[in-house]
Design a protein around this ligand. Structure first.
Ligand SMILES: Nc1ncnc2c1ncn2[C@@H]1O[C@H](COP(=O)(O)OP(=O)(O)OP(=O)(O)O)[C@@H](O)[C@H]1O
Ligand SMILES: [Mg+2]
Length: 280
């Protein structure tokens, strides 16, 4: 526990020196059809934090992630990356990778070509592409499958390829929208553990959307619980466990206790969203 406090105070010191990686101030979203997707959101994410977004379906998790990534425009407020407007930063585009729920691989291209696509598009020389693709495939354990086509891989392996494609650009920030939602529990647990190791080794700042409270507790330093009607931040939950985490955490009473506490907050969030028929 003391170690966790040290890590957190270190993160706070880093933030006070360099500022947050991502800062949202009063960011809201009203869609073109007039529907209010998100009430104003204030959120600051410090370097090397692993933040999960969790909450009932339709509460705006994907919308919030897309706003962070500048894939959609906020109606009001501002999104800052390293203290600057996303577009004026410019470099942000190169330091950020987005992983969707669907691996979105090109079916006609081999795994190595799929992974190298972002570098190909950026005009990186082919020798350099080959070197970085090899490194990224090695990282996710897909080296023997570099010449396979996506259809020859299992769902978990395709997701690994999608993560390799995200890592090949050497991002500082990884944004992931339910990346492992469609996988069986065993594969998901394995990929969760691999992702934690990658984030730790590469000093990544990660924002991760999930519906699984177990996954959120295992992975995150902080969990942002959202509610709907309209979408908003309901509560934040700090996970009290030092990093790097091990599989032992998953079977510990510390894990069970924090899952129980988060489950209660999720029930309250569902009630506040009008989903369970009473308000918290
Ligand atoms: N382009 C759009 N136009 C209108 N409404 C939209 C649009 N995109 C999303 N919405 C609505 O905004 C709300 C939030 O959607 P969003 O996809 O962010 O939810 P979510 O929390 O990611 O849900 P899920 O857990 O099911 O993925 C939903 O009610 C959705 O129908
Ligand atoms: Mg979503």
């Amino acid at each position: 526990m003391i170690e966790t406090d040290i890590v957190r105070s270190a993160a706070r010191v880093v933030e006070s020196l360099s500022g947050p990686v991502i800062a949202l101030e009063g960011v809201d979203k009203v869609f073109a059809n007039g529907m209010r997707g998100l009430d104003p959101i204030d959120l600051r994410i410090a370097p090397r934090e692993f933040v999960s977004l969790i909450g009932p379906s339709g509460c705006g998790k994907s919308t919030l992630l897309k706003l962070i990534a500048n894939l959609i425009e906020p109606t009001g407020g501002r999104v800052q990356w390293w203290g600057e407007d996303f577009r004026s930063v410019g470099i942000a585009g190169r330091r950020l990778a987005f992983v969707f729920q669907d691996p979105t691989l090109m079916p006609w291209a081999r795994i190595a070509e799929n992974v190298g696509l972002p570098l190909e598009l950026a005009g990186v020389p082919s020798v350099e592409i080959a070197r970085r693709v090899d490194g990224a495939l090695e990282h996710v354990g897909l080296t023997p499958f570099r010449r396979h086509y996506p259809r020859q891989l299992s769902g978990g392996m395709r997701m690994r390829a999608s993560i390799a494609r995200a890592l090949v650009t050497n991002p500082d920030v990884l944004l992931m929208d339910e990346p492992f939602g469609a996988l069986d529990e065993f594969t998901r647990n394995k990929l969760d553990a691999d992702l934690l190791q990658l984030s730790f080794e590469r000093h990544l700042t990660t924002v991760f959307v999930t519906h699984s409270l177990y996954e959120a507790v295992f992975l995150s330093t902080r969990i942002v619980v959202m509610a709907s009607g309209p979408g908003r931040i309901f509560r934040e939950f700090m996970v009290d466990e030092p990093e790097p985490r091990t599989e032992e955490f998953r079977t510990s009473t510390r894990f069970a206790e924090q899952c129980r506490a988060l489950s209660q907050i999720l029930t309250q969030a569902a009630q506040a969203s009008g989903i369970l028929g009473e308000t918290a």
